[in-house]
Design a protein around this ligand. Sequence first.
Ligand SMILES: *Cc1c(COP(=O)(O)O)cnc(C)c1O
Length: 425
Amino acid sequence: MSDFPPCKAARELDRTDPLAEFADRFEIPDGHYMDGNSLGPLSEDAERSLQRVVDEWRELAIRGWTDADEPWFSYAERLGSMTAPLVGADETEVVVANSTTVNIHTLVGTFLDVVDLPTVLVDDLDFPTDHYAIRAQLRQRGYDPDEHLVAVESRDGRTIDEDDVVAAMDDHDPGIVFLPSVLYRSGQLLDVERITEAAHDRDVLAGFDLAHSVGAVDHDLSGVGVDFAVWCGYKYLNAGPGAIAGLYVNRDHFGTTPALAGWWGHDKETQFDMNLTFTPADDAGAWQIGTVPMLSAAPLEGSLRMFEEAGIGTVREKSLSLTGYLVELVDALADAGYDCDVGTPREPDRRGGHVAVEHPEAYRLSLALKERGVVVDFRPPNVVRVCPAPLYTSHVDVWEVVAELRTLLDEEAYERFDRQDGGVT
Ligand SMILES: *Cc1c(COP(=O)(O)O)cnc(C)c1O
C-alpha cells in the first residue's frame, strides 16, 4: 500500500529519544519483543543483582540476612522504598511481597474486615484472578459472592466508563471499589483520581490493581489518596518470571490488621523475639506474610535502579510517544481498507503502555507474527496486544512491527495456522 507512512518519521523520533541507550542493557531475543506487559525481558542490571545475591548465599549463607550488601532481612522494605517513586507513594507505604493474587487476597480481605458495607465493586473486563480472589475473600466471611461482588458493565466490550463506576457506587453501596489502573486487554487507563475522589465522597475505599501500569505509567497514589494497591514485578518492571509482587497501603490505614498474617509482617524490631502474639509492623510492611523470596526479589533491585536512572516521567513520555505512533500506523492500515482497528482509547491520558490491535483473525495473526519474530500475545476474542515497552523499544521497532503486520495481512499468511485455541499465548 503506497499510503503506508514511511519509516523516516520513526527515525526522527528515535533521534531525540532520551532513553535510547537503555535498550543495549536488555537481552532481547531476535526479532521484536512486544510482550513486556506479560513478561519483561532480562536486563544485565537485573542479572547482576540476582548474581550478587547468589554469591552472597554462597559466601555468607545464613549471615546474608544481616551481612549482605543489602541485608536480606530488610530487603523487601528496601525494594519497597525504591518502588515508591514509581507509584507516587511514601517509602513506608510500599513493600514488595507475595504475588499479585495473594496481595489481592490480603488487602481486599483486610479492608472487608473494616468496612460497614461488605460489597466490592469491580468491572466485567477484569483479569480473572482478581475476581477469583475477591470472591474467595467474600465467601470466607460468609457473604454470597454472587450478591456481594458487583461488576460494572462495559458499554463497548473494550472500556469502562468512569461515569458508570460512579453510578454503580450509588446503586450498589459498595464498601470497596477495586479496579485495574489499566485494563489488561484494551489498555484503557482509568481515571484513578476521579474514581478515588468519588469513592471517598461516598465513604467507599478505593483500591487498584496496577499490574498493567506500574513501570509504564507514572502514578500519584498518595497524592490522590488511593487506599491500597497491588502490582506485579514481572511485567513492565522486568524482574523475571514469577518475580515478587508489590503492594501499597495508604498511611491512613497503618495499624489495620492484615487479613493474612505472617511473621514477615511482624514489627521488625521484635520479629526474632518469637512471640506468639502477632505485632504487625506499623507501615505497609505489615502485609508481608512469609520470608522474602530473595531469588525472585533480587532481579527487581537492578531493574528498579534502571527506573531510578530513567525517571518514571520520562518512561511515561516515551511510552505515550510509542503507543501514539503505533495507533497512528494501525489507523493508516484501517484507512487503507485493512480489517483492523484500535481498541485502545486514543486520548493519551486514557491509555496505558500497550495497544489493542483488533482483527477478526487476531488469534492466527498473533501466531503468524510470532513465527516471524514479532512477539505479541492474543487475548480473546479478537485482540492482538502490542506492547512497545519504553526501556528497550524504539519507534523504528514499532514501524517494523506494523509493516510486518501489513505484509501478513496482504499475504493472508495466518491462513495456514489452526483456528483452534491453544494454551498460553
Ligand atoms: C498479570 C496480572 C495478575 C497476575 O497475578 P499473579 O498473582 O502474578 O499471577 C493479576 N492481576 C492483573 C490485573 C494482571 O494483569
